[in-house]
Design a protein around this ligand. Structure first.
Ligand code: C2E
Ligand code: MG
Ligand code: MG
Length: 591
């Protein structure tokens, strides 16, 4: 690039005489020094489109059989940082308009060429382009770290991809996410978190070369474009440098913070050719890196590709399932351990997938994560609420009105912040007393909802204010701090089934943990339900430790609604022991 009074100019001109006139006019300049590179065809000129060592293009409109149009179009796709000034013939008003529309900075009729006009035009065009780029980039910067934002990253990536395609080059997209940043942010406060992010951004900047580009695209998520690499190993090298740069302890506001990062890598052209594909794959690789621990990097691999295809297929299937009513809500009874009386039901989604006439059950464990990732869980969750309300109404009409139904609610459903309000509206519309609906939120959901987050708390209060009870599901698996139990307004803890039963074992899987949860729930004034009771021995052990309620195959598997109604009718207020053995309704394919 030039200094202020020196310009590197690429002149694209096939007429030797015209070039010589231009050259002599430019060399006569007293104000500036012009370094000229003369090319004679568009083909030859194209190589300069992807180089950044010059300041401006002077382009003859007619070059043999070609015109400037294609060059300008290509320059605009590549987002080149240099202005293009077109030299046009006399009386070419229409052409002048056309080239300006295509992004040319200016045009000069050849018969008006003079040293002073060239000086002024070149100087202004370069300055304007610089100002335009600065302004554009300023608006697309992350104000906290000064790095790019997502929009700018995508633009830069698109331009780099176009260059790489032309040069048959390679590049890499890195997704970087700080490990346990949320913990720091929650415990030390947002100002400290912000300071840490600024510092990390500086460390990232120091590792990168001029041709690379970094952006912050979310809270603690960064993307890095590693441009012009020779081999896959180069990307891994940069990623390792980034991990090393971030790892040293950081002193902030009197705290010594140990932070690390995880990185996912996607490569062009191997893993994708568009910004969206590459970013998606780097993100998947990052997720995989995080699954294996902290301070790790992971490249996108064939195995991840297979997983991705499977999840895309599942997503398509799930969308179709919602349109074609392939989902069903099964119900599993909950009962009192002391007298084995039914006290309510839990609603569990079933997807009966139709694969070309063959029907198979897809487990919620398989499709709920996809529904959460794609946002489909929101309409699906609403369907679950409406369906549960329908069942409650049908039961009321059939004279069974004292069994609440619990529904599982995903954290994604709580994000928009209007779950409580819409729940209330549905209950009112359907005329269902809220006491008949229970909400199960997993412990993980509650841990993720920061206890200092007023919105999260307000959302839970809102659910409670409808009169619906809240249970904490899968309790004991969420790496929780017990602090949140004090903050969140829950009524009941559900002991995760992994502490109750293990396949092929008759006795209670983790008696000490079960006892601790029962005792804690008791002292916090909460109820407790043990999930997954499969054997009489587990039932006896839980009863002996005063666990009040249970759920599990010992009494009944999840079953379709009509069957659940018959089950409720036959056990309405009755003792299950007296009413005979439980139906094992759900076959092995429906569990
Ligand atoms: P969850 O809410 O903890 O539900 C209990 C799971 O344990 C159910 O699995 C149930 O079929 C199973 N189960 C019940 N008794 C026994 C037993 O004695 N032994 C064993 N081994 N398992 C038992 P399911 O139906 O496959 O659901 C898995 C998870 O999927 C649920 O765990 C819940 O987190 C999620 N899920 C199900 N339906 C929905 C829904 O409508 N919305 C959302 N967001 N999640 C749902
Ligand atoms: Mg549940
Ligand atoms: Mg559970």
């Amino acid at each position: 690039m030039s200094t202020n009074n020196e310009f590197n100019v690429v002149v694209i001109e096939d007429d030797e005489a015209d070039f010589m006139i231009l050259e002599s006019l430019l060399q006569a300049s007293q104000r500036f020094r012009f370094q000229l590179t003369h090319v004679r065809s568009f083909q030859q000129a194209q190589q300069y489109l992807t180089e950044e060592c010059h300041d401006i293009f002077l382009l003859d409109y007619f070059l043999g059989a070609d015109t400037a149009i294609d060059f300008l179009k290509e320059a605009s796709v590549l987002h080149i940082p240099q202005p293009v000034v077109v030299l046009t013939g006399a009386d070419s008003g229409r052409i002048d308009d056309e080239v300006i529309e295509l992004g040319a900075a200016d045009f000069i009729p050849k018969n008006e060429l003079s040293t002073s006009l060239l000086e002024r035009t070149i100087h202004h065009a370069v300055e304007h382009k610089r100002a335009e780029i600065n302004l554009e980039q300023l608006a697309k910067r992350d104000p906290l770290t000064g790095l790019g934002n997502r929009l700018l990253f995508e633009e830069m990536l698109e331009a780099s991809l176009a260059r790489a395609e032309r040069k048959k080059g390679k590049l890499a997209v890195l997704f970087l996410d700080l490990d346990r940043f949320k913990e720091i942010n929650d415990s030390l406060g947002h100002p400290t978190g912000d300071l840490l992010l600024t510092l990390i951004a500086d460390r990232i900047r120091k590792v990168l070369r001029g041709s690379d580009f970094a952006a912050r695209i979310g809270g603690d998520e960064f993307t890095i474009l590693v441009d012009e690499i020779n081999a896959y190993e180069d990307a891994v090298l940069v990623a390792n440098k980034l991990l090393d740069a971030i790892a040293p302890p950081t002193a902030i506001r009197g705290h010594e913070l140990n932070i690390s990062a995880s990185i996912g890598i996607a490569l062009y052209p191997e893993n994708g050719k568009t910004p969206i594909k590459l970013m998606q794959k780097a993100d998947i690789a990052l997720y995989e890196a995080k699954r294996h621990g902290i301070n790790r990097l992971q490249c996108f691999t064939a195995k991840l590709q297979t997983q991705l295809e499977k999840s895309i297929k599942l997503e398509k299937g799930l969308r179709r399932a919602m349109e074609h009513n392939e989902c069903e809500l099964y119900l599993q009874p909950k009962w009192n351990l002391s007298d084995r009386k039914i006290i309510g039901f839990e609603a569990l989604l079933r997807w009966l997938e139709d694969e070309g006439g063959v029907r198979r059950f897809v487990s919620p464990a398989e499709f709920i994560p996809i529904a959460e990732k794609t946002g489909l869980i929101v309409p699906l969750g609403e369907w679950v609420i409406r369906q549960a309300c329908k069942m409650l109404k049908a039961w009321e009409a059939a004279g069974v009105s004292d069994f609440p139904i619990a529904i599982n609610v995903s954290p994604i459903q709580l994000k928009p912040g209007n779950f409580g309000a819409s729940l209330k509206a549905i209950l009112e519309r359907e005329g269902i007393p809220a006491s008949l609906l229970e909400i199960e939120l997993t412990e993980e959901t509650l841990v993720d909802m920061n206890s200092e987050d007023d919105n999260a708390l307000a959302e839970l209060e809102q659910i409670r204010s409808t009169g619906a009870r809240i249970s904490i599901d899968d309790f004991g698996t969420g790496y929780s701090s017990l602090k949140y139990l004090k903050h969140f307004p829950a009524d009941c803890l559900k002991i995760d089934k992994s502490f109750v039963s293990v396949e092929g074992v008759d006795s209670l899987a983790e008696p000490a943990i079960c006892r601790a949860i029962v005792t804690m729930a008791e002292s916090l004034g909460m109820q407790v339900v043990a999930e997954g009771i499969e054997t009489e021995a587990q039932f006896q052990a839980l009863t002996a430790m005063n666990c009040s309620m249970g759920q599990g195959y010992l009494i009944a598997k999840p079953m379709p609604a009509e069957q659940a109604l018959r089950f409720a009718q036959s056990h309405n207020g009755k003792d299950l022991e007296k009413s005979g053995p439980s139906p094992s309704v759900e076959g092995s394919n429906g569990q």
